[in-house]
Design a protein around this ligand. Structure first.
Ligand SMILES: CCCCC/C=C\C/C=C\C/C=C\C/C=C\CCCC(=O)SCCNC(=O)CCNC(=O)[C@H](O)C(C)(C)COP(=O)(O)OP(=O)(O)OC[C@H]1O[C@@H](n2cnc3c(N)ncnc32)[C@H](O)[C@@H]1OP(=O)(O)O
Length: 259
């Protein structure tokens, strides 16, 4: 029999992040099927464990704190590995760290992103909150986006290795396309900013090719194609960690700030 069950799912932050209503409805049969299919992948195990824990009333992360204004001066680097990282994400991180040894690639610490903005435009909330961006705005490791960016100056290229967590769900078991758009915007935006200085998104076009399983590891690979005056044209492809599946392809136009 088909049955719909309400599941309290990290209510406040989840709603804020995805714009859903306070109760998130999950089609339980679909989720059960997905969890069976998902067992075949490393990401699936992550998802299965999470769903099993939730159904059992176990340590489902229903209550957690979001990125509220904070007086903390602890500028944690959210791009460093933590226990929620899958082996695939860790392997990609190790690969780019290795590539960084000859200076071609450079790891971008998460806290550097706001420093970049502040150095250009100042920070209206200086002193009242931590340095962090929308892309990594949940306190709890693993529930949102785990990611790290690497920059290649010579190639005008930025990659973002990432692992979407359970609070980023769109279709049951899969990543919300708005989350994918955020990753693309941030990766392409960052390479635009690193290339020409402070710039904002004017246009973003995305073709979604395949859904991204929650808990899986993927990579957004973005590069600057052309700079024409203040206009920075970028291209980005999102693929699975092993390059076998293309998840999305995008172009973005960023406009260099007049400031
Ligand atoms: C505002 C908050 C900023 C927050 C932080 C922003 C960036 C973060 C920076 C560093 C962080 C590191 C990495 C990045 C991480 C994340 C990325 C997040 C990105 C964002 O979250 S960022 C916020 C969302 N974003 C906006 O909030 C933009 C709203 N918007 C505007 O602020 C203006 O609209 C603007 C500035 C775009 C242009 O205004 P403007 O007056 O300066 O210049 P103008 O209109 O003259 O355009 C100049 C030439 O661009 C062409 N052009 C313009 N728009 C076009 C379009 N859509 N399609 C095709 N061509 C276009 C014109 O046709 C002309 O071309 P031509 O020169 O050939 O005539």
């Amino acid at each position: 029999m088909v049955c719909w069950a309400p599941v309290r799912w990290g209510a406040d932050a989840h709603c804020r992040l995805l714009g859903f209503s306070r109760i998130h409805w999950v089609y339980t049969e679909g989720v059960a099927m997905l969890s069976i299919c998902a067992r075949h992948t490393r990401g699936g195990i992550y998802l299965c464990n999470y769903l099993t824990a939730q159904r059992a009333g176990g340590p489902a992360p229903c209550h957690f704190s979001t990125s509220q204004p904070s007086l903390s001066k602890d500028h944690r680097d959210y791009s460093l590995p933590n226990v929620s990282w899958s082996q695939n994400l860790q392997d990609l991180y190790n690969k780019y760290q290795e590539l960084s040894k000859n200076g071609n690639w450079k790891c971008i610490p998460s806290c550097s992103q706001w420093r970049l903005v502040k150095s250009q435009v100042g920070d209206p909330m200086e002193g009242v909150r931590e340095n962090r961006f929308f892309i990594r705005n949940l306190d709890k490791d693993g529930v949102g986006l785990e990611c790290c960016m690497f920059y290649n100056k010579a190639e005008k290229r930025m990659v973002c290795i990432f692992q979407p967590g359970p609070y980023l769900e769109g279709p049951p078991g899969f990543t919300h396309n708005g989350c994918t758009a955020t990753i693309i915007d941030s990766t392409a935006g960052e390479v635009a900013v690193c290339t020409v200085g402070m710039a904002v998104t004017a246009n973003l076009n995305i073709d979604y090719r395949n859904p991204i399983l929650l808990g899986s590891t993927a990579i957004a690979d973005s590069m600057v194609e052309k700079v024409d005056g203040r206009k920075v044209y970028t291209r980005c492809t999102v693929r699975s960690h092993d390059d076998k599946v293309v998840y999305a392809e995008a172009t973005g136009l960023f406009i260099k700030s007049n400031l």
